[in-house]
Design a protein around this ligand. Sequence first.
Ligand code: SAM
Length: 325
Amino acid sequence: MPKQRAERNRTITLTDKETSFYVSKCLTLQECRKQSALDKIIFADTFEVIPLLPHGVVDLLVVDPPYNLNKAFGNSTFKKMDESLYLEFTENWIISVKPLLKPNASIYVCCDWRSSLLIGAVLQKHFTVQNRITWQREKGRGASYNWKNSMEDIWFATVSAKKFTFNVDDVKMRRKVIAPYKVNGKPKDWHETKNGNFRDTFPSNFWDDISIPYWSMPENTDHPTQKPEKLMAKLILASSNKGDVVFDPFVGSGTSGIASIIENRRFIGAELSPEYHALAKERMEAAITGDIRYREDIPVIEPDLKMAVAKLPDEFLSARSMVNH
Ligand SMILES: C[S@@+](CC[C@H](N)C(=O)[O-])C[C@H]1O[C@@H](n2cnc3c(N)ncnc32)[C@H](O)[C@@H]1O
């Protein structure tokens, strides 16, 4: 019985027949032994897939592994492990994927705060850790006796400490200019347009401009931990070039694959669950044919000087006046 959905719910769903259709189009482990996996997702356990892939071909590794939580992924369930076992699981995929990377490859790994403590340490052992992005993903379960979890970490590491791709101009943040300085009558580092004055600023490691996919967004699927397309696109734009190979060993609903196709990168992925594999295949085909459904762009929040947060609190003002008298 298909789920009853609200009228505005735009979640991408597949019938059993469609799932079987897309699964039948996927690359199996046997086929992966004989043909190139480029631009394909392999429907198998990533630990069996990785040893079949050629060495030294991957420019960018994007990994969104199961966090160390009890989580149902389709018919299979990831069971929270003892920390030492999760460390072993992390070390296993990192060690097996390492030979696939080019000497100038970059690596991004998504984590929640708890798995981040373990994953960061393993990454540091094998690569040069360059940064940790904090992604404010907005949605999170409220907690009565603790802080609500609404952040995720994304570790950024590289194989070489110094030689790696970073296309900063492709990921600069466009912000409204508050103080429009001019030099010789011309804007200094900003652009005057009929839609307002903007400056393209260097992107920071705190991302608060991308929400998780909501059910009213056209990119949403039933995958429980689907990443936003824009988030994957930002990583791909910054740390790879057109034609480069992106590998995602835990593809889920295919978000990294879609962003790779849209940004003209080559892609390889692995996924264990047939439902998610089918969703990934359907979404990637839509990206190839240009039928992909994007979320609408929401304008970046513009600071409003009338907002309460932009004003000095009354206590502050009275304390200041006491000091000044
Ligand atoms: C955190 S989710 C990835 C979500 C993905 N980034 C997206 O946007 O949809 C992790 C995925 O890894 C898959 N998975 C877990 N263990 C796996 C394994 N050993 N081999 C292949 N896939 C696996 C799960 O089925 C799940 O879909």
